[in-house]
Design a protein around this ligand. Sequence first.
Ligand code: C2E
Ligand code: MG
Ligand code: MG
Length: 515
Amino acid sequence: MLTYRSVEGGWHAASNCARGSMFGAGGESVCTPFSTGGAGLGWLAALLAVCALAAVAIAWLLGQRRRLHARLHDPREQASRALAFHAYHDTLTGLPNRAYVMRELEQALAAPETASLAVMFIDLDGFKSINDTLGHEAGDVFLRAVATSLRSSVRARDIVSRFGGDEFVVVVQTYGGMENLVRVCRKVLDLVSKPVSVSGQLVAVSPSIGVAVAPQDGQLAATLIRNADAAMYAVKETGKADFRFYEEGMLEIARERLALTVELREALQAGELTVEYQPKRNLRDGTLAGVEALARWHHPTRGDVPPSVFVAIAERSGLIHALGEYVLRAVLNQVQAWDASGTAVDYVAINLSMHELSRPAFVDTLHRAVRSYGVDPTRIRFELTESSAMRQPEETMRQLVKLRSHGFDLLIDDFGAGYWNLSHLRELPVGTIKIDQSFVRGSAMNLADREITEAIVGLAKKLNMRTIAEGVETEAQADWLRELGCDIGQGYFFARPMTADAFSRYLAPTPVYAG
Ligand code: C2E
Ligand code: MG
Ligand code: MG
């Protein structure tokens, strides 16, 4: 009884004492009964007070835990947490999203302690072809792998985010000097370019990286991102798979490109593009071998936009499929018209972009279109640029073999200007090599260009392939090429590209060149 009372008393006393000590009032008077019980009782009271305090703390913690547990399992709480996560994260990769980056960037830019801050805008070169050839699930696997590579390229405090599609943004904070930033860019370039196994196949895509640095390239999040994006486009323009820092003027170029993209789409819909034809002549006897179709865009206010500009825009924006179809239909209509008028054109060569080949249904659609016009596939040839034909050798090979099996002839355009791979050259189902015009142009002045041209003609003969020389501008060049054993010549010496009507008139008299 006594003990019980004393414990009970101690409990109350301890809690009062604790309160007393906590709030600094009434401590003396409440603790007095214990201090009067001698030294032993004093210790006991202190111990009991500590135990009581611990019990209160545990009870409070347990209460907190219960409340937290209840909150965690409350469906409304769960839903609002999920919403908050989705608002700031990308569901595919789990990375923060655009909204998150904008918020964090604004905060970091406003903070006086932010020493240095850079935004890297990253776009994957040719990612679309993974989706197109291996399917969207494979594309998703690849994007997750890129997210992992990016995360491992930078420090934990840097932000790695996905803006959507194949666009990622990395915010690098307090990176020190520019040389460190360059090092980070190289690391990203290196790690993201590494092949990834997707659907049992090794796939590699390089990144194009644009960098904008605060405060000189912008003091607002939106400005920094826009300028990093413009720098990224400049990389795409100059060969991809690299990084560049923002420079003045890049934004204007990016805006101009966007405007041209919109106008090209409209021009294709309105049927404002035309096709010109340039003859190819057999060098041995000067007879017409065939023609090459070249797309033309006469812009109502800008004047003529060169194909090198609008084909690149079409490739980047995905309009290349529409452009390819447009040119094909124009050519098929023309072949029908020439046949009807008795104009003898054996074949028309159409330039084919690698991007067009990336669509799995491309070959079948094309074959159906050609058949629907009643044109024999052997009268349509496709010119592929050498470098693009080699970029994804296996997939390219499959598509080319399929094209060939339908009867379409293939040739490699601009041979020697891109990336040589002689083993692929032997395996490609290609019957003709078109020597890049830079060698023909340089042949008069430059021994190396002459020797390369000779080597290409010799190589083609060994591989049982025919050769076409493009950019033939003088009679001397035509004579030299014929002596080398080059089969066909094309260039201003014979004729410039011309409209279909002009071509019909051009064919009426006897051939211009008889070698
Ligand atoms: P390409 O297929 O190598 O075409 C040859 C280019 O050289 C053409 O330029 C032609 O006009 C030009 N050319 C022909 N003979 C001579 C010559 O003697 N001297 C000089 N200096 N140039 C000559 P163009 O029409 O500006 O086309 C440029 C490139 O644009 C083409 O190069 C081709 O890769 C691409 N292209 C043109 N039309 C199409 C198209 O319909 N689809 C695709 N995907 N690409 C196209
Ligand atoms: Mg060509
Ligand atoms: Mg060419």
